[in-house]
Design a protein around this ligand. Structure first.
Ligand code: NIG
Ligand code: FE
Length: 419
């Protein structure tokens, strides 16, 4: 690790802390006790044992604070959300409790289609106003990077509006938002009965314009019996790749359509949900380096019973990320830490796997190498916790444990260090 003193002073230095660096050091959580973390110009310059500091703390920075033994982790990364949307679907919650399935509701014209109507009706400012509190809840829970998908606009203008608003969410909160174009989420009403025409429209009209706008970092699709077929997904992915955009997929959530392998076939960043993925699908992911994004909030809300193939993922060393899937239908979940808890309780991840899933592996699911661990040179994104150990972050169900949340060296939620 590069610990050479910089020529000018560091912007901040926290001493007397415990770091869950998440580096592969052979120690659980990559933990370092009696540690310090220093940063400058938004980047970490030091994250190591205090005794290896390259000078006296107050010679290194004018802003030295003691963390009084608190645990610090990398800022959490929520790598799969749909948090920009209009309205909500609490009525469907009721319907499902009365026996209707997610598919029944979708086929009856509810589900995603009803959120499309509500989202189209809002202008940028109102959509931003409805979305910000959800993103803020995540940040207050320790999150410093969020992926946000479109997919409730389903025409060019409304999809662009969603992506624009998603980027504004990041700017307003001082965190990094990565955007994903999800035009192939559901069939818009204008194309009723003409699904192939809509797919052609996505490929010929929407994708080129989205690529030109620079508003999307990746392209996603919903490959499922109630959404788009593997062939249609292939068409969207071929075009996205030709335009230089990476892909990821809502894969094998309700049935096994070979979605995980399909994402891998296109060098996909991730295959998400994957409850019904076969071992062959897992093998294909391992070969392509595609991350498995586990979404226990949707599993819980839909009272699903088919578990993702965790043993096979471990056996084939596929990195597992954990995300909220925050959306108005299947996962109205406003806490990434709760998703981590659910990943442990429902999917039997270890707390260390779950924390890695919301840091290092989540970064990888977004194709990012500058975050997700505490190490010199990476973004100064970190969270200081009121917790006795890193495993506590998965153990406690609910509550607010994040004490200070820092993105690129700036406090974005919680208390000033000295307080
Ligand atoms: O990730 N599965 C498809 N998309 C979302 C749900 C969207 C919705 O119901 O509004 C998901 O579960
Ligand atoms: Fe999703």
């Amino acid at each position: 690790m590069d610990t050479k003193p910089t020529t000018s002073l560091w912007d901040g230095l926290l001493i007397d802390c415990r770091l869950a660096t998440m580096n592969d050091t052979g120690v659980a959580f990559g933990a370092i006790h009696d540690a310090a973390i220093g940063w400058k110009d938004g980047r970490i310059v030091f994250a190591d044992a205090m005794r290896t500091l390259p000078g006296k703390p107050d010679q290194l920075s004018a802003q030295v604070e003691s963390a009084a033994g608190a645990w610090i982790t990398p800022g959490l990364i929520d790598c799969h959300t749909h948090l920009v949307f209009g309205g909500n679907r609490a009525n469907e919650f009721d319907q499902r409790l009365n026996g209707a399935s997610y598919e029944d509701i979708a086929r009856a014209g509810g589900g995603i289609a009803s959120t499309v109507t509500a989202t189209r009706a809002l202008d940028d400012a109102s959509l931003l106003a409805e979305s910000l509190p959800r993103a803020r809840a995540l940040v207050e829970g320790g999150v410093t990077s969020i992926e946000i998908k479109s997919g409730y606009g389903l025409d060019l203008d409304n999809e662009i509006k969603m992506l624009r608003v998603a980027r504004k969410v990041g700017m307003q909160l001082g965190i990094d938002v990565r955007t994903t174009f999800l035009g192939a989420h559901a069939l818009p009403p204008e194309f009723r009965g003409r699904q192939d025409d809509y797919v052609a429209h996505i490929c010929e009209v929407m994708l080129p314009e989205i690529a030109r706008s620079g508003l999307a970092d990746a392209v996603d699709a919903f490959c499922e019996k109630i959404a788009f077929t593997p062939d249609q997904t292939r068409q969207v992915f071929s075009r996205a790749r030709a335009l230089g955009l990476p892909v990821k997929l809502h894969a094998d959530q309700l049935s096994d359509l070979g979605g995980a392998a399909l994402s891998a076939e296109f060098g996909g960043l991730s295959a998400d949900h994957i409850e019904h993925t076969s071992e062959d699908g897992v093998r294909a992911m391992a070969k392509a380096g595609t991350v498995a994004v586990l979404l226990p909030g949707a599993f819980y809300a839909l009272r699903d019973t088919t578990l993702p193939p965790i043993a096979a993922l471990r056996e084939h060393a596929v990195p597992m990320a954990v995300a909220t899937d925050l959306n108005p239908g299947t996962s109205p979940l406003l806490s990434l830490r709760l998703a981590m808890n659910m990943a442990c309780t429902q999917f039997r991840l270890t707390p260390e796997e779950a924390l890695r899933g919301a840091t290092t592996h989540a970064a990888r699911a977004l194709g990012l190498h500058d975050r997700g661990r505490l190490a010199a040179g990476l973004r100064a994104d970190f969270t200081i916790w009121n917790a006795a150990s890193p495993a506590d972050l998965c153990y406690w169900i609910g509550g607010s444990l994040a004490r200070s949340v820092v993105a690129e060296g700036r406090l974005v939620a919680g208390r000033e260090f000295a307080q």
